[in-house]
Every structure is written in C-alpha cells, then in structure tokens.
Design a protein around this ligand. Structure first.
Ligand SMILES: N[C@@H](CCC(=O)N[C@@H](CS)C(=O)NCC(=O)O)C(=O)O
Length: 203
C-alpha cells in the first residue's frame, strides 16, 4: 500500500504513525497536494491527503475512514477498541484530537491562502482559542492518566492523535507556547516522539 501526503500534515502523520504501530508495511509518497493536485485527484475526488492506495488500487480517503480500515486489518494491533465504552472513550478523545488539528490548520490556512489585506485576525484567534481548548482538555486527560496512556495501559489512537495534534500545534503556532501551557500533554507527546513509530515520520 502507498500513503500519499507529507508528514507535515497532521492527518497524514497520524495515519503513518498508526501504520508503524500496527506493524503494517507501506510505501510513502510525500506528494505536495497544493502544488501537484493531479497526483492526488486520480485517487481522491476531494484532492486531499492522506489518501491510502491499497495494493489492488482501491483508494481510501479521510484519515478516520483510513484508520478504521487499518484497525480491521491489524488484528490484535488495532488502536481503537472494536466496541463498547472503551471504543466510545477512545473515539471521543481522538475526536478532540482531530478537532484540535482542524482548528490549528484553519488558523494556518488563513495566513497562507488569503492575501495580506484579507487576513482576518479575529477568525485566526477564534480558531486558535478552539485549538487551545482541545489541547487543554487532552492535557487534563493526560494529567489524570499519570504514567498510563490516555485510555489505559496500552497506547491507543487517542494517544497517537493527541501527540500528533500537539506536535503540529507546536510547529505551526509557536506563539501558543504549548509546551509551557500543557505540561502533561507535552510529556505524553515526548513519550510518543521517542518511539520509532513517530520519530521515523517526523515532518
Ligand atoms: N478530514 C480530513 C482532513 C485532511 C486535510 O485537510 N488535509 C489537508 C492537508 S493538512 C489537505 O489535503 N488540504 C488540501 C486542500 O484542502 O486543498 C482527514 O482527516 O483526512
């Protein structure tokens, strides 16, 4: 299988780190989606990354749907529990993580795609405040988890997505000073980034 998209994208990176944790082999093509949209359009009508092209040519789109399919393939290495309260918990924490990514990305896009005179600072601040809200929530959960992972004694998709969302906010919005504000989440992130599964997919 081939994963399309740069590891600068937090959505691509969470899929890549998950593939590594699941021990599923893949090729990587860091296609620049904005500069070379046709390479992605062939496989994904939305022209977004991540896109995962399976060996038989079937293309999977949207990180949550890709990860759902990968969990199915991963057997005992799945990162989201299959059902029940454990699944709901991991899904909720993961949703806060992806929401944090969304809001951080939107704040970045405002500066990247609007001409200077159309840059709307209140909208950037609105998105940043929501990203900070998400990080604050995950930080409280990391505090409560202590030496454990967010959803128990083994790493789950909640940890992967929280760590990647944190690293992305740190890289893309340095002025938010997330290491100082969210110390428990920062420690969780450091724990993840020390693993090959994450360090091998650094932007
Ligand atoms: N909800 C999507 C978000 C994917 C996404 O927004 N990817 C960005 C890169 S960070 C992208 O492909 N942007 C291209 C565009 O929107 O034109 C997912 O989880 O996969």
């Amino acid at each position: 299988m081939k994963l399309l998209g740069s590891y600068r994208s937090p959505y691509v990176r969470r899929v890549a780190a998950s593939l590594n944790l699941m021990d599923i082999a893949y090729e990587h093509d860091a296609v620049p989606v904005f500069d070379d949209p046709d390479a992605v359009k062939t496989h994904n009508p939305l022209v977004r990354v991540p896109t995962l092209v399976l060996d038989d040519g079937e293309a999977l789109v949207e990180s949550y749907a890709i990860l759902d399919a990968l969990d199915d393939m991963a057997g005992n290495n799945r990162l989201t529990p299959a059902s029940g309260a454990d699944r709901r918990n991991v899904m909720k924490l993961t949703a806060v993580g992806t929401g944090t990514m969304d809001k951080t990305v939107w704040a970045v896009y405002e500066g990247r795609f609007h001409p200077k005179e159309k840059y709307h600072k209140p909208w950037v601040e609105h998105n940043e405040a929501q990203a900070v809200g998400g990080l604050g929530f995950l930080d409280e959960c990391a505090k409560a988890a202590g030496d454990n992972w967010l959803a128990g004694d083994s790493i789950s998709q909640a940890d992967v997505t929280a760590a990647v969302a944190f690293a992305f906010a740190k890289m893309a919005r340095p002025k938010l000073d997330v290491d100082a504000k969210f110390t428990a989440l920062s420690a969780l992130s450091a724990r993840c980034e020390a693993m090959d599964a994450f360090s091998s997919v650094t932007p």
